[in-house]
Design a protein. Structure first.
Length: 262
């Protein structure tokens, strides 16, 4: 293995501009604000070559579960062990928690070697939203951390309180519509049934009609999203390590907060 001259440091706000350069280099749409929100609920590390950020990795602890994200190595420094080193650092921060991540094809071999196993696929849909009529009444209302915990096993009270945007509620679930990347993003979509999840997604599309909207679907709704103008453009592989058996719940996560935060 080729050795590299770099050092690993705790990720702080001073590293955000360098981190943004890396995510843009990887073709990801994150804005500085998107990085800042994720960092605000995370611990993380950067790899520095002098003062230049050449690698990033974040760990967000939500109760008994940690999500690992923003694992990026500068294109000129890949294949030299830096990704593995960054992963070791954030896995250390996750401690005994179950770990989750959404893998790109680039990351998959590394995560498999580290003991992560695939649990499903995430379908990224996006496009210019078409107007729609929700099949159930949807009103504005605060996100519900208890429903989110029941669906995901993650206590994201702090994240849901600070992520901004507008909360939308039906009798069967809730979602949040907020600015992200190239436009807006809807998620999480937490619902007890498909009809409620569709109504929440349709209301988001109605509110964004004519503008860019993204949703990262964790279960079903792909055809419905496409009918709202949101084409399937890719996605990732949901992976876990050290998962405990899920507590049964009527509520399910239909769409993620983001690929980073599950
Ligand atoms: C994923 C990424 C972070 C890996 O970083 P890296 O520094 O190149 O990774 P490493 O050199 O530490 O390689 C880690 C291991 O994965 C293996 N690996 C990496 N890419 C591989 C590939 N395409 N095929 C097979 N094995 C691969 C390496 O052989 C290495 O194994 P080893 O430690 O047993 O020798 C980097 O490719 C990247 O930044 N990609 C773009 C952003 C991205 O997609 N990130 C993943 C987000 S989930």
């Amino acid at each position: 293995m080729t050795t590299t001259k770099h050092r690993i440091e705790t990720f702080g706000p001073q590293h955000l501009a360098g981190a943004l350069r890396l995510s843009q280099q990887a073709g990801w749409p994150h804005r500085a604000e998107d990085w800042a929100l994720t960092l605000s609920v995370s611990d993380g590390v950067v790899a520095l070559d002098g003062e230049v950020v050449v690698g990033t990795a974040l760990c967000s602890c939500f109760g008994d579960v940690a999500t690992l994200s923003m694992i990026i190595v500068d294109a000129s420094m890949r294949g030299r062990g830096l990704g593995r080193e960054l992963m070791a650092a954030v896995m250390d921060r996750a401690g005994p928690r179950a770990m989750r991540l959404v893998a790109t094809t680039d990351g998959l071999p590394l995560y498999e070697k580290l003991g992560f196993v695939a649990t499903g696929t995430i379908a990224q849909h996006q496009g210019i939203a078409l107007t729609a009529t929700p099949e159930q009444a949807v009103t504005e209302g605060e996100p519900d951390p208890a429903l989110d915990l029941a669906a995901s096993g993650m206590d994201r009270t702090n994240l849901l309180a600070r992520m901004g945007g507008v909360g939308l509620r039906t009798t069967g679930g809730f979602t949040v519509l907020r600015d992200f990347g190239r436009g807006r993003l809807v998620g999480p979509i937490v619902a007890s049934n498909d009809a409620s999840a569709r109504a929440l997604l349709a209301e988001a599309a109605r509110r964004c009609a004519g503008g860019f909207l993204r949703v990262d679907l964790a279960r079903g709704l792909s055809d419905f999203a496409a009918s709202l103008g949101l084409a399937h453009v890719g996605g990732g592989i949901a992976m876990t390590r050290g998962a405990r058996p899920a507590v049964p719940s009527d509520f399910k996560t239909y769409a993620l907060v983001s690929q980073a935060l599950g």
